[in-house]
Write a protein that binds this ligand. Structure first.
Ligand SMILES: [Zn+2]
Length: 359
């Protein structure tokens, strides 16, 4: 049996003649939320050609149980809501002005809250699903649970979003630095996080978008065609560009600092021979040069550092001291970058409840 998330609303449309389609608004019953003992009809309107009403036969009790906004509406003066409403099959109709897809996902979440947990925890998902596009259904659920004050369902969804747009470096590393697909949706997430008051996901959403900009910077047409930057307000665009410039400046400076701190203490340097250069120091100079060049072509600085750290950990010609010093230094640099992401993108840390907890 298909799950409710798999069946889009309105797939069991009643037959209509072409003339009817041309002249009238189509009316369809939701195939998966048409509950026989329901006592209220929710109606949405799709602005297609022709426009379409989708009806959901659900329970006032369930709506009121989850959403304080509906509880207030239904618990008003006795019968006022029922008397004042248009009816369908003897049941009162409540029109919701929201996006029909959002309403469908929202109602399904009220009846089947376990469906909101399919992407959590992300680390347990098969790799294909981990990288696959994050379902837009969560956005609709979040918008409407916020609007209609359904706190419990909202609190189920927020951790799922936070796992995709993490606030700790440890959680970011679970994504394996592979978030190009995610970055294409970052502008939507930024707008969602702002309107639904989830500031903790903003720094990484901006970081992911900054990576997108590094990967394919304007005036290349690609970012504009795929909509990566669509919907950002001027203030957010300014935040994005400022953050990217700051991040690049720090990276260029710190890449050099990492090697200079490292090579100074190599125990293989023969102090009896003035000007002696150890094998580790040679590797350090070459690494510094290649890292600076490689960085130009890198989209994701944090992932780049992770790969460089792994390369050095495997390097056979480094002494143990230098290998440890180098990998630790890169790890420290990654942690510092992460911790300061909110600052680069102009956020105040005190507005972010759990940013960088245990890095
Ligand atoms: Zn050494």
């Amino acid at each position: 049996m298909a799950s409710p998330q798999d069946i889009p609303p309105g797939t069991l449309e009643r037959p209509s003649t072409e003339n009817e389609i041309d002249k009238y608004v189509q009316t369809v019953e939701s195939p998966d939320l048409w509950l026989e003992d329901g006592n209220i009809i929710i109606r949405t309107l799709s602005q297609g050609t022709p426009p379409r009403h989708t009806l959901y036969k659900v329970h006032k009790h369930v709506l009121a149980l989850h959403c304080s906004a509906f509880a207030t509406l239904f618990n008003g003066p006795q019968g006022a809501f029922d008397v004042g409403s248009e009816c369908h099959d003897g049941l009162p109709i409540m029109d919701l002005p929201d996006d029909p897809d959002d309403v469908s996902h929202f109602l399904k979440a009220l009846y089947f809250p376990q469906e909101t947990q399919r992407h959590k925890p992300i680390a347990s998902l098969p790799m294909k699903e981990r990288w696959s596009p994050f379902p837009a259904s969560y956005y609709g659920i979040l918008r409407l649970t916020t609007k209609y004050d359904a706190q419990e369902i909202r609190n189920l969804v927020i951790p799922v979003l936070k796992a995709q747009w993490p606030s700790t470096l440890k959680a970011y590393d679970l994504l394996l630095g592979e978030h190009r697909g995610r970055s294409q949706r970052s502008s939507k997430v930024i707008s969602l996080a702002s309107s639904c008051s989830i500031p903790d996901i903003l720094p990484f959403a901006f970081y992911a978008l900054a990576c997108r900009m590094r990967f394919s910077p304007p005036p290349s047409t690609a970012p504009h065609l795929d909509g990566s930057f669509t919907g950002l307000c001027p203030e957010d665009l300014c935040r994005l560009i400022t953050g990217l410039v700051r991040l690049d400046a720090i990276m260029r400076r710190e890449l050099f600092a990492v090697t200079s701190n490292w090579t100074a203490d190599c125990p293989l340097v023969d102090s009896q021979q003035p000007g002696h250069v150890s094998a580790c120091q040679d590797i350090g100079y070459i690494w510094e040069d290649s890292a600076a060049k490689d960085y130009i072509f890198v989209a994701d600085p944090l992932y780049f550092l992770l790969r460089k750290q792994a390369e050095l950990a495997r390097h056979k010609d480094l002494c143990d001291h230098c290998r440890k010093h180098m990998t630790t230094s890169i790890g420290t640099l990654r942690e510092a970058l992460w911790k300061h992401l909110p600052t680069y993108f102009g956020f105040k840390n005190d507005l972010l409840a759990s940013w960088g907890d245990s890095v």
